[in-house]
Design a protein around this ligand. Structure first.
Ligand code: SF4
Length: 463
């Protein structure tokens, strides 16, 4: 038995194969090609969407956009690898018609067209919406951390900046004292190596001042050197790696991401209403049911969602506000009377408003007199009972009641697949670019690639 032999490399062909013949009729690259060809790049805000009338012709942004979408679809994200792919990969050669832009042109395109690329991701969602792909009215919201281009060692706090600044001040003073001793008090007259060392110390000192000023301006305590938009994120003890929080809203019917956002907020508490509103507008719906985990529990957002026609289903993570060893009445034993803004306790007495805490959005109610109460040993160990009630308590209770086990199961099934797939395609969930603006562009490409893959799979399964 022999082996299967390929063609002789010296074999001439009478009719050479066309590059078209190397790309299968149902290849995903053809979907990418057709989708980008159907876009109005000028409306989406791409630069050079119309060719310049004079000067050397540049690359068509349509070609560079196709290359990036194809690259993220195939886990080829860096501009240098995309440049190589244009010369090696038959699909890239087909897509760009044998054009081979250099890596700088490719990288500049991504850097300069962030808004257009984000708009392209949204355009695909609208295309799917108009094609009737999103049948379910239930969407799942979740967040996941993606690593920034910086290590945990680059996280510095206010105290660390002050300590390093003090050390540098000491070293600068020592250099200047040495120069004085050498009768060369003016740094310009100092030997070249000393002047260079002094300049480096002063540059670093100025950089520390800039970092401290940014901490003051943004009223925070930590900053990541070299990737200042990122924040240390993650759970558990130990140093937290710098990253970004990717919020995504997934259609439970198709598993497609209908809206996403990259934020620098380490937790999800302030994301429910803006993400749900943007999704509802994007899908053009009058009402939308959103299910999320307890990290999104927020009274203000619960009320805002009800006001805007969004049915939010989020389990509670509030404390039960019971007192003593945990066996005493919790706050659910106290009935709220909206007409009088009072609480009625299990003994039938009235607790009146004592204090409003605007920042925490809660009100403390107090019993004026607990003396002689037969239930006192089940209620409080203090002289009288205090109960806290959230200003949005009713909306919160309704939101919690809607978070049924079935809905929470649907949430888990919907959100885990997109994050898993995107993180795998992004080398375990790592960005290649720095800064919030650039990471938003990168995530838009990843989400677009994921949605195209999902749409193809749905189409294949249903045809
Ligand atoms: S201790 Fe006070 S608040 Fe509690 S049940 Fe008795 S009267 Fe009501």
């Amino acid at each position: 038995m022999g082996y299967i032999f390929g063609l002789d490399r010296e074999q001439a062909s009478l009719l050479p194969a066309r590059i078209e013949d190397y790309v299968a009729a149902d290849a995903a690259v053809r979907v990418i090609d057709a989708f980008v060809d159907g876009l109005d790049l000028a409306v989406l805000g791409f630069s050079r969407a119309a060719p310049a009338l004079t000067g050397r012709p540049g690359y068509d942004p349509r070609d560079l956009l196709k290359l990036y979408v194809w690259g993220y679809f195939n886990e080829v994200r860096s501009s240098r690898r995309l440049e190589r792919a244009c010369r090696r990969d038959v699909e890239a050669m087909w897509l760009l018609r044998r054009l081979a832009p250099d890596f700088k042109t490719i990288a500049d395109f991504r850097r300069d067209n962030g808004a257009g690329i984000v708009g392209t991701c949204r355009a695909f969602v609208l295309l799917c919406r108009d094609a009737g792909l999103f049948s379910a009215r239930l969407v799942a919201l979740d967040g996941s951390k993606f690593r920034a281009v910086a290590s945990a060692k680059k996280v510095v706090d206010r105290q660390g900046i002050e300590q390093e600044a003090a050390r540098l001040d000491g070293r600068i003073a020592a250099y200047l004292a040495g120069l004085d001793d050498a009768d060369a008090a003016e740094p310009d007259d100092a030997p070249e190596a000393v002047a260079a060392a002094l300049a480096a110390l002063r540059a670093r000192r100025a950089e520390l001042d800039r970092l401290a000023a940014r901490l003051d301006t943004e009223d925070r305590n930590l900053i990541v050197e070299g990737e200042e938009d990122a924040r240390p994120m993650g759970s558990g003890r130990g140093p937290k790696p710098p990253g970004y929080n990717m919020q995504s809203v997934v259609d439970a019917g198709t598993g497609m991401i209908v809206h996403h956002e990259v934020t620098d907020e380490p937790n999800d508490r302030r994301q429910l209403h803006p993400m749900a509103t943007a999704t509802k507008e994007s899908l053009g719906l009058d009402t939308l049911t959103v299910v999320a985990d307890k990290g999104y529990d927020n009274g203000e957002h619960a009320s805002a969602c009800e006001r805007d026609g969004i049915v939010a289903c989020v389990p509670s993570q509030r404390s039960v506000n019971n007192q003593g060893d945990g066996t005493l009445f919790d706050r659910t034993a106290f009935i709220y009377e909206p007409e009088t803004d009072t609480l009625v306790c299990p003994a039938g007495r009235t607790l009146v408003r004592k204090q409003l805490h605007r920042q925490k959005r809660n009100v403390t109610y107090a019993s004026p007199d607990c003396s002689g109460c037969a239930l006192k040993n089940q209620c409080t160990t203090a002289e009288r009972r205090l109960v806290k009630r959230h200003l949005d308590d009713d909306a919160l209770n309704r939101m919690t009641a809607r978070a049924t086990p079935e809905r929470m199961r649907a949430r888990r099934c919907a959100v885990e697949h997109p994050f898993g797939t995107i993180k795998r395609k992004m080398a375990g969930g790592r960005f290649l670019t720095r800064g919030l603006k650039a990471t938003r562009t990168e995530m838009a490409l990843s989400v677009l690639a994921y949605n195209i893959l999902r749409a193809i799979n749905i189409n294949t399964a249903t045809s």
